[in-house]
Design a protein. Sequence first.
Length: 285
Amino acid sequence: MAGDTKQGTAHLSAELRGFREVQRLAYECAETVAAQLRPGVTEREAARMQREWLRERGVRDWFHLPFAWFGDRTAFTDFTIPLQFFPTNRKLEPGMPFILDMAPVHRGYAADIGYSGSLGLNPVQDRLMSDLRPHRELILEQVRERRPLREIYENVERLMVRQGYANRHRAYPFGVIAHKIGRVKERRWAPTAFGFGVQSLKGLASDALHGHREGWSPLWSPYRFSDHPPQPGLWAVEPHLGFRGTGAKFEEILVVTDSRDPEESAYWLDDDLPHVRRWAEETTA
């Protein structure tokens, strides 16, 4: 089984259904845009395709604007400053891996997703995607055990090393593997700053301030400020593998509660996602 989820509509609250709907919308966007990619399309054009598709469906605000990474940029090769994450004029070529990453806000609900693919066959990225499955299982298991986030991060990294891969989420700001997300107040005008939605940044800053007072952080990192048990809420989790200039990741919402029941204490919001369906097909093949 790819992972435990409480995906039945009867179980989910109206609030969780709202988050699941926007996450599914984002993944639908990723699959649609991925199917339209052709040789010569640039990262900037792929990012614009995501923006336009989502805006046509009512998205007006963002946790962050869409990203697209092609080729060795999927593994964040030589990334040293935040500006390198933004889409470039890198052109897609046959066999080249790509990652689409978007974080729309729709009807006040936020999601942050990552979709990995390639233009034609890419055996290396295919293997990376298959090898991401135990990371999803490990993260859920250890969150349910209430291990400190920093410890879980280190265990995920150890698994990557055993698999022969590099931890590429180390290249993200603060080295995060995940961050908290939540409701965002809807506004007629939703400004962005440095590629991030201002309202979402305010919410993250508020969480950071509140968490600092109580001894937790909304950022899940390898550093001391993440040395605490999982905080209840919604976490956008994105383990990212790299191997010789090829990268792959997934990103999706993990629900953490204060329940003493292990299955209720943490679960993936949705198992009907592209990478989970892929793993199910591999199991039955």
